[in-house]
Design a protein around this ligand. Structure first.
Ligand SMILES: Cc1ncc(C[n+]2csc(CCOP(=O)(O)OP(=O)(O)O)c2C)c(N)n1
Ligand code: SF4
Ligand SMILES: [Mg+2]
Length: 314
């Protein structure tokens, strides 16, 4: 007789943090165990550092293989999930967030990370960025912002500065670039930080704080495209004669207007946590609806649930 197992959605109490490691007997993952395919990025690409710090985060916070999922759209940066030995998806251009939202809402026991490029997140995926932020769906989005479309070999992106010469703006970009921190604030993100791939300690700190946030956490990470926009972030890199200005300690991270003002400082501006607010997540707000719906179909197989739905619709 064949055995059938009904799918039961794990239920985590609303607002409760994802447990880092469920089984005390299991050793934390090593970098070797988390590393997937060998990265195919150009030597010197800033994205290497983001990947290395993600491995470190998983190792340091003792996150289990089956408790983390890595989602991305399309772009050089979006190749990310291939390089992580855990569940994840390399999805459609600009659509990482809807995919990640589905995972987050249906599997509250997972840490959901999305990695995007500036084109992926703010151009083709710009609408999803706004809606995921306003809905406060629990996940972390890291945008590896290189101010250019890297994969498709140098087109102007929504964050490219005015004057940037590319294949789409051969005389230099004329359009006002977006400010990702201000955009995130305006659309209702509850955790907003900026960092740089050239400052690994800071990047790890920001990733840890985002991981601990119960809601939509957004990190803008400057990550140089050495091939199509070399030197873009030198003014933010002390090793290249620039300045890495951390957000002043006295900044009140719950003050939205103060965060907006700080984010308006011209490049290289400030780095750190601009804003952190506590607002119920969609996950929490819908937890009871989901639990009630699940209770009604308890013990049924997926096809039986579908059958019931069809019958109800007759
Ligand atoms: C629907 C669709 N439109 C356009 C493309 C072509 N395309 C692939 S990646 C990309 C932009 C990548 O830029 P970005 O998101 O900044 O990532 P990067 O490569 O710079 O890391 C574009 C336009 C596509 N794959 N799918
Ligand atoms: S093209 Fe640019 S973004 Fe893409 S891998 Fe090379 S350096 Fe990195
Ligand atoms: Mg880019």
């Amino acid at each position: 007789m064949s055995q059938t197992i009904a799918f039961q959605m794990p239920v985590r109490p609303a607002g409760a943090a994802v447990p880092p490691i469920a089984d005390g007997d299991r050793k934390p993952l090593t970098k070797k165990e988390i590393a997937g395919d060998h990265p195919t990025w150009c030597p010197g690409c800033g994205d290497f550092s983001v990947l290395a710090l993600y491995y470190k985060l998983i190792e340091k916070r003792r996150i289990l293989h089956e408790k983390v999922t890595t989602v991305a759209g399309i772009g050089c940066s979006s190749r990310f999930p291939y390089f992580v030995q855990a569940h994840g998806a390399h999805f459609i251009h600009g659509r990482a967030l809807p995919f990640a939202s589905g995972i987050s809402l249906s599997r509250p026991d997972l840490h959901v990370f999305a990695f995007s490029g500036d084109g992926d997140a703010f151009s083709i995926g710009g609408n999803h960025f706004s809606h995921t932020a306003r809905k406060n769906i629990k996940m972390t989005l890291v945008v590896m912002d290189n101010w250019v479309y890297g994969l498709t070999k140098k087109q102007t992106s929504p964050t490219s500065p005015i004057g940037f010469k590319s294949k789409t703006d051969i005389w230099g970009a004329v359009d006002q670039p977006i400010n990702p921190v201000k955009q995130a604030l305006a659309t209702g993100a509850t955790f907003i930080a900026r960092t740089s791939s050239t400052n690994p300690n800071h990047l790890l700190q920001m990733m840890e704080a985002a991981l601990d946030h119960d809601g939509f956490s957004f990190i803008q990470c400057l990550s140089e495209c050495v091939e199509f926009f070399p030197g873009a972030f030198d003014p933010a890199n002390p090793r290249k004669g620039g300045k890495f200005n951390e957000i002043p300690k006295e900044h009140d991270v719950t003050d939205e207007a103060a965060a907006y003002k700080l984010a308006s400082d011209p490049f290289p501006g400030y780095f750190g946590i601009f804003y952190r607010a506590s607002r119920p997540t969609k996950n929490t707000l819908e937890a009871k609806i989901n639990a009630d719906a699940q209770a009604k179909v308890k013990g049924l197989l997926p096809w039986q649930i579908l059958q019931k739905t069809f019958e109800r619709m007759r």
